[in-house]
Ligand binder design. Structure first.
Ligand code: ADE
Length: 239
């Protein structure tokens, strides 16, 4: 998969995409992330990227021309068709379901805004989808783009070392993840739930499912309300 990012801070995207699972996925050739700076497509001596908003008011708006020229150069850099996303608090909330769909596409273009955002005509002409990573406002789209790159990149085939670990993530089955423990089994007087040391794989699976259900019930009842629980799950949840 290829992800091109339009950003005034390419070094931020380069750094975020160079470490951990995403860095390794790039080294393995499963993912290619490239950052593009629209300032390289300005025509004035000051390399100016923002203008005052029509109608007045605070802040600045990123102007059309350098962003459009930058996007044109980005599109021309590879032959795969790109799905173009503007990350903005005005977008639809990103979910694991949408992440999975995006991860199956050959190419994404992510557009990061700064200041008050980008000219609305650019959104109409160039953007396929607007996505938000949550109901709070960041000072720019770079962190949100890094979130999309990470969530989508780790789902590329071969990116995770243990093939099962994505399937067991929180949200992949609609529930929060169960608790995890590792050695030693006794740490400063705190022990591990005995079932995890029992070697009884069916009992362990049942316990984990019950923990997931219980946590989701306590912490995210909204997720549970959207699910139809099996009879077995209802028994586990009722204890
Ligand atoms: N840019 C600024 N805030 C954002 C958010 N919450 N999600 C996506 N992009 C953003």
């Amino acid at each position: 998969m290829r992800i091109d990012v339009l950003t005034l801070f390419p070094e931020f995207i380069d750094a975020a995409a160079a470490v951990g699972v995403i860095g390794r996925a790039q080294q393995r050739g499963l993912l290619a992330v490239r950052a593009w700076n629209p300032r390289d497509h300005t025509h004035d001596n000051y390399r100016r990227i923002d203008e005052r908003p029509f109608g007045g008011g605070p802040g600045m708006v990123m102007s059309n021309q350098p962003l459009r020229d930058c996007l044109a150069a980005m599109r021309a850099a590879a032959s795969e068709p790109a799905h173009t996303i503007y990350v903005t608090p005005q977008g639809a909330r990103l979910t694991q379901r949408r992440v999975r769909e995006l991860a199956a596409l050959p190419r994404l273009i992510l557009v990061c805004g700064r200041y008050e955002g980008i000219d609305e005509r650019l959104i109409a002409a160039e953007i396929d989808e607007e996505l938000s990573i949550g109901d709070y406002v960041l000072s720019g789209g770079e962190l949100a783009a890094a979130v999309v790159i990470d969530a989508v990149g780790r789902l590329q085939d071969g990116a995770l070392n243990d093939a099962d670990s994505a399937a067991q993530d929180s949200f992949e089955n609609g529930l929060l993840d169960c608790p995890h423990y590792t050695r030693p089994d006794e740490f400063e007087g705190e022990s591990v739930p005995p079932v995890l040391l029992s070697g009884d794989h069916a009992a362990i699976a049942r316990w984990r499912r019950q923990q997931s259900l219980g946590r989701t019930w306590l912490r995210r009842p909204d997720l549970l309300a959207r699910m139809t629980l099996s009879k077995a799950d209802r028994v586990l949840l009722d204890g």
